[in-house]
Design a protein around this ligand. Structure first.
Ligand code: GLU
Length: 415
């Protein structure tokens, strides 16, 4: 399901938003293509002293409002198609949140689960050196994504700094705190999912206390979302990872499940829970569904099986346009990825600002700024969707695409 193409979906979304906005045809043509796509062959010596060759990609979609920004993923399904779609979504995401950035995404096609820490370090450093000319705090600023983390960012920042000859903490975000990372970055994406869900619950008149939640994915976003929402009083009834999921109507303690996953390698066979498949998780009986894994999970085939009242997209691109229409007709309140998970890049922006101004904000400062921004943006999108009588995805796209188009028009084309 995951290696199905996603770029056609991103282009469909752009088309829909452009038609709704009555966008100039020329601007639409510009936005359909990324400004730059970099393909590199990342060669490393692996631990058994053989040569490993991996395809590395960085797609810089559009940077009319500021430097390119977006994560780097390590995954066997990474393709140019996928990374291009993800870079486009970053452009809209940054524009919706009014961040002075353009969108980018990067990836290396590899299986990080089968690589040692030393191999991952060599891979990261080699990749960084290969795309070095296109990076920089005022050019393109990477961050973590699927199967990359703080450590990956520390290696990237170090490689960039070594090549420059001086330390440049503002060259990447999502770094460890001791080298200029921000408080609150790790939980930021999960926090924005939770803030948006809380506001959506008010709109659909769902009480959050004991509201039941199913979460697909138990990585950085899924685990932290489970933890934050558990602390908000919700009842997490189902969680999955790439090996399958678990369901328990009495509720799952995310911290205990996390320890279980560390011990056994997966969420399966936890406590009194029953094992379920990822497909069953999406259809499970719950009030809120949080897809926090990969693209293309809720499709035309299974959207009708969704039972939740709210779908909050922690992942990028988990719902196809066909599924969007089905969910909207069913009356499901969907909070789109480019809004729901925008907390990650928002705190990345806070990190960059702190690095550039050589300051460090407290966790409370970061979280308060994040909450204000997310709630404000949520209602901006919500108001537009009421006005346009459209779903939240369409209105979020209209807001993002509209702002980028306006900026291109204002700057003009040169040479
Ligand atoms: N990878 C995250 C995303 O998809 C964060 C990007 C960033 O912080 O630049 O939004």
């Amino acid at each position: 399901m995951t290696n199905q193409k996603v770029l056609p979906f991103a282009l469909d979304q752009l088309k829909l938003a452009s038609e709704k906005l009555d966008l100039d045809k020329g601007i639409y043509k510009i936005l359909k293509e990324p400004k730059r796509a970099i393909l590199v062959s990342v060669t490393i010596e692996n631990d058994s002293e053989n040569i490993g060759v991996f395809q590395g990609i960085r797609v810089q979609h559009w940077d009319v409002k500021g430097p390119f920004k977006g994560g780097i993923r390590f995954h066997p399904n990474v393709t140019l198609d996928e990374v291009t779609a993800l870079s486009m979504w970053m452009t809209w995401k940054c524009a919706i949140a009014n961040l002075p950035y353009g969108g980018a995404k990067g990836g290396i096609c590899c299986n990080p689960k089968k690589m040692s820490t030393k191999e991952l370090e060599r891979l990261t450093r080699r990749y960084t050196s290969l795309i070095f000319d296109y990076l920089g705090p005022h050019r393109d600023i990477p961050a973590p994504d699927l199967y990359t983390n703080e450590q990956t960012m520390a290696w990237m920042m170090d490689t960039y700094s070594q090549l420059k000859g001086y330390s440049v903490p503002e060259s990447v975000t999502g770094k460890p705190i001791e080298i200029g990372g921000s408080e609150g970055r790790k939980c930021a994406t999960a926090n924005s999912v939770a803030f948006c869900t809380r506001e959506a619950a008010k709109i659909v008149r769902l009480k959050l206390k004991n509201a039941t939640i199913a979460i697909q994915g138990f990585g950085s976003v899924g685990y932290n979302a489970a933890s934050v929402m558990h602390n908000m009083g919700c009842k997490i009834v189902a969680i999955s990872d790439s090996s399958g999921g678990v369901f328990c109507s009495d509720g799952i303690n995310p911290e205990r499940l996390y320890s279980h996953k560390i011990k056994t390698g997966s969420v399966l066979n936890f406590d009194t829970c029953v094992n379920i498949t990822n497909t069953e998780l999406l259809a499970s009986n719950c009030d809120i569904l949080v897809p926090a894994a990969m693209e293309n999970q809720i499709t035309g085939k299974n959207a009708d099986d969704v039972n939740a009242k709210i779908v909050a997209e922690g992942a990028n691109g988990p719902t196809t346009p066909k599924a969007d229409r089905i969910l909207f007709e069913k009356g499901v309140y969907l909070i789109p990825d480019i809004l729901a998970n925008s907390g990650g890049v928002t705190v990345s922006y806070f990190e960059w600002v702190q690095n550039l101004t050589r300051t460090h904000w407290t966790l409370d400062e970061v979280n308060n700024k994040l909450e204000n921004k997310i709630v404000e943006t949520f209602y901006e999108v919500e108001r537009l969707s009421k006005k346009e009588k459209s779903d939240m995805r369409t209105s979020a796209l209209m807001l993002g695409v509209g702002r980028v188009a306006h900026a291109i028009n204002t700057r003009g084309l040169w040479p």
